[in-house]
Design a protein. Sequence first.
Length: 575
Amino acid sequence: MGFRLRTIDLTATGREIVRERQITGSTISIGRAAECDVHLPDLAVEPRHATLSHAGEGMLLAEAAGTLGFTLDGADVTRAEVDLQSGTELGFGTYRVTVAQDAADVLLTVERNEQSATRSGDLEAKRGFALVGVLPGKRIMALALAGTILLAFLLVPVISHALYDSSDKGSTVIGDASWSSGELSLAHHGLEDQCEACHVDAFVSVRDATCTACHKDVHDHADPARLAQAKQGRPWATQFLWSVARGFGKEGPGSCADCHIEHEGKRFSDPPPQSLCADCHGALKDNVPTTRLGNAADFGTQHPQFTPSVVVDPMARRQAGISLDRKPREDHGLSFPHRLHLEQQGGVARMAANIGGDRGFGPDGLQCKDCHRQTEDGVRFRKIEMERDCEGCHSLSYDRVGGIFRKLSHGDVDQLIADLSAGDLSRPPLSLRQRPGQYGPDGPYQFNFSAPAWKGLQIRTALSKGGICGECHRPAVRADGMPGIVPVTLTTRYLEEGWFDHGAHKQEQCTSCHAAQTSDTASQLLLPGIETCRTCHAGETGSEADVPSTCAMCHSYHAPSLRPRGRDAHKKKGS
């Protein structure tokens, strides 16, 4: 025989809630302690008040476990035997427990009655130990707390803000920190206690004019009229939400606060999500037909081919952006076959091995790093310099006086003409370095280094295709009729509207992306296309590649056009 406990509770409207559960065993405990089988949360009830146990066929024994007794049908007792057939009612503080027989179980029905009392004393005196006995009613407490919150967190900051004097450096707004939704980022952490520095108007979002008051050099991403045109065609629900936001003083879309979300913690601001860029650029060509940009919403699935800036007119040093899909050629004014310099079994490799101790070349010939030297930050490469990167093999020495070698001046055609014009043709020429291979238009070398004659160093022959300058430069005739060379324009940054960090790719070989070992002409553009980059980079949510890449990984919203500083031209005087 077990016990079946039925508990009856009342809601605020007086509706009864009945719950039942089964208790196994022959003895159960009743008391205020939570571990009792029948838990009665009343201060008039002891932690372990009484026990109920079977006392033979159809009988139940109720015994007090502490100093206080209980009521049996209204009479105070400490021990009683109950006939289950007739049933009875036990009282514990404000609770009534009705005992009855229910099939094979003892049915205990627990119900609370606020007017009940027991021999343990006056219930009102017992309730004096509870907070309810010393505090005001719930309604009064609720109104008092609401008033306190209203005063401390609303009225005080509002009144203080109304009295705030922006011209007084010592003036502050009291209590405004309680409105903060979180710590400022590291970039703005110095303004943690100066909410009024950004939140100029009460209950109005931060305005763009407030941001640009400090960030004076920040400019629009594009012309405001074109930005508005690019935002056309948004869903009606989005337009409705923005109309509601503007009704509450929020600027946008396209305001500073749309991308730069503050109060997210003391850390560097996260880059904006890809969706902010795709909102305009996903259908940019459709909304702004005159744009030169293609639609771009995800690097892995929707992004135009790279459009590098290449030299198309070397004499005017004019560059133009040409898509790699068109397989552009570059005319930068030099004659330089990469494959010839990188072949490990060629003559260049043997020469590099011979002079390796002086120039730092390895035993296997030239490597990319021997000429292309990284900047100190590892992001890009320095521009090629003849004296540092080329002269170890391509010597410009043409005469020796005593122990001093006289060299042609590289990069200054006027000085070269003056040096050769002042040369002493009566003395025997300097023996130039012998190089292997056949000389001639079809040979690996265009200049006859082995020709021991001043003829090779005369002005017109030096600047001709077969002269010492013509080995790397293309001859040209200057406006004054004197010989010259085609200007050299070496581009060190082809993708001027994006960001690329070579240091982040140092685990790769140069030839993984740049096919220099198979390049026979200087006009070949050794840039990887977008498909090469997609082998490692996918879009923001892409999982098929190793590196999920958002728009902000390569592009910056506020970055000015990099075209003026993205080109390093080797200017030759007199050319």
